[in-house]
Design a binder for this molecule. Structure first.
Ligand SMILES: Nc1ncnc2c1ncn2[C@@H]1O[C@H](COP(=O)(O)OP(=O)(O)OP(=O)(O)O)[C@@H](O)[C@H]1O
Ligand SMILES: [Mg+2]
Length: 233
């Protein structure tokens, strides 16, 4: 579904991604794992079209999307849940969600909301509350919900576990798993390698802008290099 070939990108003259290639097949959960500063967010920003690529190619469903606008990328069905959630604190939960469905033409808001509330019932209970007054976990759910409102075919999430208590992380990952079972294709960026490998079909390990290891998630979970560098064993 998504194919990335030799992607180079960065900020100004600083090159961060140095030839990253990866693939996400339809129906898969693929995790992109790496330490702080490895370039994970840079990769997602480039795939979303927010950061221009320097060279390389990106294909979505065999169509090249390397240099198209972020807006067009969203309209093709690639949505991102950004790092740090970036919800609108002064808008209510409902207003935040409605913004996520804004790019869709045909009155999609209502059944989009039903889907979001099915995954995250707490958002329905809190729908008239300002987004900024939600707990960290609820804000993450809202950020995911907002992306779901855009009816993605491929959902890219940047560190959904960041700063959350283990019990909340588990709850969110359970819902991510359910989204996958419901047919959504996912590219998941995580520092929490254990959770990311547990949920994924396949994974890529990024080190200083390059893919260092890749393969079946179950195999990587047992790889001694992964265990010592990313699982603290
Ligand atoms: N706007 C920017 N301008 C210049 N350099 C940047 C910018 N954003 C990120 N970088 C640099 O790019 C490198 C990769 O950052 P990136 O945010 O992609 O890492 P990451 O893997 O997502 O890390 P983390 O796990 O901490 O979120 C870092 O060295 C960072 O300092
Ligand atoms: Mg990041």
């Amino acid at each position: 579904m998504l194919r990335v070939e030799q992607l180079h990108s960065g900020y100004g003259s600083i090159e961060i991604l140095k030839g990253v290639s990866l693939e996400v097949h339809e129906g898969e959960v693929v995790s992109l794992i790496g330490a702080n500063g490895a370039g994970k967010s840079t990769a997602l920003m480039t795939l979303s079209g927010i950061l221009p690529l320097k060279s390389g190619k990106i294909f979505f469903k065999d169509e090249e999307i390397s240099r198209i606008s972020p807006h067009k990328i969203v309209s093709l069905g690639i949505c991102q849940v950004p790092e740090g959630r970036r919800i609108f604190p002064g808008l209510t939960v409902l207003e935040n969600l409605e913004l996520g469905g804004f790019s869709l033409r045909k009155n999609p808001i209502k059944n989009g909301l039903e889907t979001v509330f099915e995954y995250f019932p707490v958002l329905s209970d809190r729908k008239n509350q300002p987004g900024g007054t939600l707990s960290g976990g609820e804000q993450q759910m809202l950020a995911i919900g907002r992306a779901l409102m855009g009816k993605p075919k491929l959902l890219m999430m940047d560190e959904p576990s960041l700063g959350l208590a283990p019990i909340i992380v588990e709850k969110i990952f359970k819902m991510i798993k359910k989204m996958s079972e419901d047919g959504l294709t996912l590219l998941l960026v995580e520092q929490n390698a254990r959770m990311a490998l547990a949920i994924a079909h396949r994974a890529y390990i990024l080190e200083t802008g390059q893919v260092n290891l890749e393969g079946e998630a179950a195999r990587l979970l047992n790889d001694p290099r992964v265990r010592s560098a990313y699982l603290g064993e």
